[in-house]
Design a protein. Structure first.
Length: 143
């Protein structure tokens, strides 16, 4: 079982976005990163793809879901500020032996990785943490 914990790809800057932050889209670079994740994560199994409700997260994992014939399931546990709920979700998936791709934010991912007992020194946009319950491996973003 493997949980692939993806930080959303590069999105429009918060400072230049006047609308609801959950609607902030990916940049052109972010869209390229999202497409690059398809190949980068292709060797890992996934029976589900879950995402924060934020558009930037959903759009990061849509290419993965499409390639695997899966739907993106929106889960509020992965939303910004949801570190406790995100940790519970990851622990539940690992305990159940579920292979999944999850997309979340830069505040949630380090909290989850560190709560699982691993050092989270990096968490670039578009990067992935591969978690199997015993190890954590960091993959830098595809570019």
């Amino acid at each position: 079982m493997t949980v692939l914990l993806v930080r959303h790809a590069v999105a429009r800057p918060r400072a230049r976005w006047d609308d609801d932050d959950t609607l902030r889209p990916l940049t052109t670079r972010g869209a390229r990163q999202a497409e690059g994740l398809v190949k980068q994560l292709s060797r890992y199994a996934a029976t589900s793809v879950l995402s924060s409700p934020s558009v930037r997260c959903i759009d990061t994992v849509i290419p993965i879901a499409d390639k695997r014939g899966l739907d993106v399931e929106v889960d509020r546990a992965l939303a910004e500020g949801g570190s406790r709920a995100g940790l519970k979700l990851v622990r539940d998936l690992l305990e159940a032996g579920t292979d999944a791709v999850l997309c979340s934010h830069g505040d949630v991912i380090p909290d989850v990785v560190e709560a699982l007992g691993f050092n989270c020194g990096r968490c670039a946009k578009g990067s992935t943490w591969i978690l199997d319950g015993k190890r954590a491996m960091y993959l830098p973003p595809p570019d």
